[in-house]
Design a protein around this ligand. Structure first.
Ligand code: PEP
Ligand code: MG
Length: 566
């Protein structure tokens, strides 16, 4: 039995499929047909150049010429007559293509690494990249496609990156187990949205479990049982059925208003990652979408989606929602969300780095095409724009200015859009929380992103199990910031929602009701449970609870007390 972080409720029983990072190892061979080997090598060079050219075109569209030129430089290097001549000589002498390539690349890497100037040194890492790309092609290393997983699969991986999870076919995956990640890491969020039981941060899962092995994944308790015996199978089959029954009982909240016991009405929205998820949001009775994580549109592909592709996606979601609100968050990449084709620099500290609104404001073409797409789609529904990771008023102003500029362009081109489109701030940094009074004067709405707000406030990474004891939105410091954001919104007459995972936490809900939150945005499967919880509180009772909670000095005191009253 293994223990980890309970990241997505439910019980999954199925067979393990290990997602391993591929290796580029091989055994050097002596070739008997050098001509055929030379042909194989040249075919690989052509394939490499084709792939690289496509990546360079994508980069040019997204990031600009400079980055694209670096990739085009890779084509020049692999076609270098000296390099090729030497490789051909080695092959003619019976060396296999992989080995010939590696020997020559390693020579170049050694020479470049010893240079004094940075530019030449950089060439060494270019050659390393080229070597890896070429070896991948020569060895025919295929990426494992999660989308090909058969029914009843439990995915087991060191880490499930957002782009990997984007390929999951819900019907086929009954459980997820990873060696890293916490409750609010993106694989956890996606697992919950897909209603797939998940246990994360299970040490040694990849080496201890075997492909095809039967396992039980208890995503509610954070337990994984390998090769269960018949007694365990019986217990967990019953647990699984009970879980499904409880979910069914919540059905009576379907079609109802979201209203507290004292009559205050709330908006209850869903978080989505793809336009099709809007169908699910509606099926689960969401009253709109409070967070469309648009970065998922940019994943699982080789290039930035065009303005038209994005327009179609946003329009599709708006049409599915039939006039219900759709808050579209602009591209939030960086941190744990990488887009390899953008060629983002490796950073020492990516969560503090060049990400989200910071990246977008510096990559005008990419940002402009997203805003244009959102504005064009706003003619088809109640669309609102939200900027992620705002830390300064300048960023909000720059984002709003861009929206205004694009509105003018669209007007001139006679393209319809919602002239009164609302532009809001995702309040998810400590800075935004502290200057919420200033931001509230210029934003049309706030949505509190507790996943990041907790991380930045507590200075801990949401996926790092060593510091997970600190990572709680119920920490007094985080609660004070949440209260401040909501109160500043209320004072300035702008609506304040919450789209971080804490919005679905039954212990948090009375506090949010008391502080004055008006919109909750949660994963689709949580909608009915949140509606039920809200219905159990009167404003007066919630106020009493909040008043008491805000006197506590530690998270332990907060949770101990809240556990006694829910
Ligand atoms: C958040 O930070 O709370 C949030 C909702 O955004 P994400 O989880 O995508 O960072
Ligand atoms: Mg965030």
């Amino acid at each position: 039995m293994f223990y980890g972080t309970a990241a997505s409720d439910g019980i999954g029983i199925g067979n393990v499929m290990i997602i391993e990072e591929h290796t580029l190892s091989y055994s050097p061979k002596t070739v008997i047909d050098p001509d055929a080997e030379s042909q194989r090598y040249n075919d690989a060079v052509n394939a490499f150049c084709e792939n690289t050219m496509a990546q360079a075109d994508a980069l040019r569209a997204s990031t600009g010429d400079k980055e694209a030129e670096i990739l085009e430089g890779h084509i020049q290097i692999i076609k270098d007559p000296y390099l090729n001549g030497e490789i051909e000589k080695l092959i003619a002498n019976g060396t296999c293509a992989e080995s010939a390539l590696e020997q020559m690349c390693d020579q170049f890497i050694t020479v470049f690494s010893m240079a004094d100037d940075e530019l030449t040194k950089q060439r060494a890492s270019d050659v390393r990249d080229i070597k890896a790309g070429m070896l991948g092609i020569l060895l025919g290393v295929k990426e494992i496609k999660i989308s090909d997983a058969p029914k009843g699969t439990v995915l087991v991986a060191h880490e499930l990156t957002p782009s990997m999870t984007a390929g999951i076919v819900k019907e086929n995956i009954v459980g997820i187990v990873t060696e890293t990640g916490g409750k609010t890491s993106h694989s956890a969020i996606l697992a919950r949205a897909l209603e797939i039981p998940a246990v994360l941060s299970v040490e040694g899962a990849v080496s201890s479990l075997a492909n095809g092995q039967k396992v039980i994944v208890d995503g509610s308790e954070g337990i994984v049982i390998e090769s269960p015996d018949s007694e365990q199978m019986e217990i967990y089959t019953q647990k699984r059925d009970a879980f499904i029954k409880e979910r069914r009982e919540l059905e009576k909240y379907k079609g109802k208003e979201t209203v507290s016991a004292s009559g205050e009405v709330y908006e209850l929205f869903c978080n989505i990652g793809k336009p099709e998820d809007a169908v699910k949001a509606m099926d689960f009775d969401g009253e709109g979408v409070g967070l469309f994580r648009t970065e998922f549109l940019f994943m699982d592909r080789d290039a930035v989606p065009t303005e038209d592709e994005q327009f179609e996606a946003y329009k599709k979601a708006a049409l599915i929602l039939k006039g219900k609100p759709l808050i579209i968050r602009t591209l939030d990449i960086g941190g744990d969300k990488d887009l390899p084709y953008l060629g983002l620099k490796k950073e020492e500290n990516p969560f503090m780095g060049f990400r989200a609104i910071r990246y977008c404001l510096k990559n005008n073409d990419l940002f402009k095409s997203q805003i244009r797409a959102i504005l064009r789609a706003s003619a088809f529904g109640d669309i609102r724009i939200m900027f992620p990771l705002i830390t300064t008023l300048d960023e909000l102003r720059a984002g709003k200015q861009l929206v205004e500029n694009i509105k003018l362009e669209l007007k001139e081109a006679n393209i319809s859009f919602d002239e009164n489109i609302k532009v809001g701030v995702m309040a998810e940094t400590s800075s935004a929380a502290v200057i919420a009074d200033l931001l509230a004067k210029e934003a049309d709405f706030f949505s509190i992103g507790t996943n990041d707000l907790t991380g930045y406030t507590m200075a801990c990474d949401r996926g790092n199990s060593d510091v997970s004891y600190l990572y709680s939105a119920l920490q007094p410091s985080v609660l004070r910031l949440i209260k401040n954001i909501i109160e500043c919104g209320v004072k300035n007459n702008i609506p304040v929602g919450m789209c971080g995972e804490a919005a679905a936490n039954p212990m948090m809900i009375p506090l949010l009701i008391s502080f004055g939150l008006t919109e909750f945005s949660v994963s689709a499967p949580s909608v009915l449970k949140v509606r039920k919880t809200i219905s159990q509180w009167t404003k007066q009772e919630a106020d009493k609870v909040a008043e008491k909670v805000m006197t506590f000095a530690t998270e332990q005191e907060v949770t101990d007390y809240l556990k006694t009253i829910i």
